[in-house]
Ligand binder design. Structure first.
Ligand SMILES: *[C@@H]1O[C@H](CO)[C@@H](O)[C@H](O)[C@H]1NC(C)=O
Ligand SMILES: *[C@@H]1O[C@H](CO)[C@@H](O)[C@H](O)[C@H]1NC(C)=O
Length: 181
């Protein structure tokens, strides 16, 4: 048991060798759509301007893997890049884990934070992280490209927003410090 946990911890610090346009496999994501009942282990990450809770999701779109704001009641996953916003009816949802606590921590200027949760990579092979900020009357999750140094949020046809201060989703290991190195 401890061995397994130690391996998980070691994995956190391993160099991630990602390929372009691939899902990150460090955490557990499950397929979702309107006809798949929600399980209790999905994670709320904010709320939209219409008062709906949004679950932490991700989508594959136009050769990029991107974070998504999933409104389970309507089955839509809203997402954006720095150039576009859109929604899809097929998505994946992040699920809670026995090994990690997911937390939002304050960050800024595209800093890499330890344990930052990546959804996957873009077609230019940059890892994409999940950020959020208060915008348009909601607490909206957005897209963080570290190279662009801000959290990018665009909700439907509202204007594109850039936040240089935002929150970033990180995974903190629950494992005890009893592992042998
Ligand atoms: C949702 O996903 C399931 C399982 O892959 C599939 O059978 C079903 O057709 C999908 N429903 C919709 C509305 O896309
Ligand atoms: C860590 O230790 C506590 C107390 O001994 C225990 O309850 C918990 O299950 C342990 N966590 C893991 C991930 O093994």
């Amino acid at each position: 048991m401890f061995k397994v946990i130690c391996l998980l911890v070691a994995g956190l610090f391993a160099v991630v060798l990602a390929a372009p346009y691939t899902y990150d496999t460090e955490h557990n994501w499950i397929k979702g759509n309107l006809s798949i009942p929600l399980t209790s282990d999905v994670i709320v990450g904010g709320f939209d301007p219409y008062g709906y809770r949004t679950y932490i999701g991700r989508v594959a779109y136009d050769t990029n893997v991107l974070p998504a704001r999933v409104v389970a009641e309507t089955g839509y996953a809203y997402f954006n890049t720095d150039k576009l916003s859109n929604k899809l009816v097929d998505y994946q949802l992040l699920t809670s884990s026995p090994s990690f606590d997911f937390e939002w921590i304050r960050s800024f200027d595209g800093n890499y934070e330890k344990g930052a949760v990546s959804v996957g990579t873009t077609h230019w092979n940059e890892r994409v992280f999940i950020c959020r900020a208060r915008a348009d009357g909601g607490l909206l999750m957005g897209t963080l490209f570290l190279s662009q140094k801000y959290c990018i949020i665009k909700n439907e046809d509202l204007p594109l927003r850039h936040f240089d201060k935002y929150e970033i989703l990180v995974a903190k290991s629950k494992a005890n410090s009893t592992c042998k190195a």
